[in-house]
Design a protein around this ligand. Structure first.
Ligand SMILES: C[S@@+](CC[C@H](N)C(=O)[O-])C[C@H]1O[C@@H](n2cnc3c(N)ncnc32)[C@H](O)[C@@H]1O
Length: 228
């Protein structure tokens, strides 16, 4: 890592360090952790450092089109300014963070990348890509079966976007929790209820409560600030 460099100097929307630490702590030697939606790499840098510091042999697979989310104008404009892709900036940031060697980058649409992987081949998949209702449902359907029993499927922005919460609820029924990090978590099989309880304890989670309007506004404002 470049001296003095911190993931905090990378623009982004990262609000979930406790979940990433839990995913790394839970992982077994040889496991693959997936981040779908990396943007400039703020959350990826944190995850990569946690992997390196764990001393375990883990791989982080990053899936992104590097084109920005189609319905998020500020991302689309930023990508335009960068000449059509944010991948170069992402790779530079990963080098500065000193984590390039634990990363595998897949520049692809989320569902296409999932389709190219064997079932049950990942211990953790985190979805933070296209936040529209149908897209989140499609992502959950595509990635759920890629997580091995005992692993976690999770995602961002369940409080920021009501359509994300609705998609998660409509796809997973009652098999998920939400936490104070603005994430939803679906523990994959292997004693779902006991694992939910354990997760709630560790992450300070609450069960399936959509955020209040003011909470969502605060979240959105802090996201915009982060981006500026
Ligand atoms: C909100 S940003 C990710 C933020 C990042 N996790 C952080 O915490 O800073 C969403 C990213 O998802 C990517 N994306 C949007 N739709 C996608 C899709 N269908 N497949 C792959 N990546 C997608 C965008 O290019 C963008 O980089």
């Amino acid at each position: 890592m470049k001296r003095g460099f911190s993931y905090k100097s990378i623009p982004g929307w990262f609000t979930f360090p406790k979940l990433y630490q839990l995913a790394v702590a839970d992982a077994r030697e040889g496991d693959v952790l997936v981040e779908v939606g990396a943007w400039a790499g703020r959350s990826t840098a944190f995850l990569g450092r946690a992997v390196k510091e764990s001393g375990k042999k883990l791989r982080v697979l990053v899936v992104d089109t590097f084109q920005g989310s189609p319905n998020e104008q500020e991302m689309v404009s930023a990508v335009k300014l960068l000449g059509g892709s944010i991948r170069g900036l992402f790779e530079t940031n990963m080098r500065l963070a000193g984590i390039s060697e634990v990363l595998e980058i897949r520049q692809a649409r989320s569902v296409d990348a999932a389709g190219s992987l064997p079932d049950r081949s990942c211990s953790f998949v985190f979805i933070d890509a296209d936040h529209r209702y149908q897209a989140v449902r499609a992502d959950i359907r595509a990635w759920r079966k890629k997580v091995r029993p005992g692993g976690m499927l999770a995602g961002h922005d369940c409080y920021t976007y009501p359509e994300v919460f609705a998609a998660v609820r409509d796809e997973l029924g009652r098999d998920f929790i939400t936490t104070d990090e603005n994430v939803w978590i679906h523990p994959v099989r292997a004693g779902v209820r006991s694992k939910q309880k354990a997760l709630a304890k560790v992450t300070g989670g609450t069960r399936q409560k959509p955020g209040s309007r003011s909470r969502r506004r605060e979240e959105a404002e802090s996201c915009h600030k982060l981006f500026q």
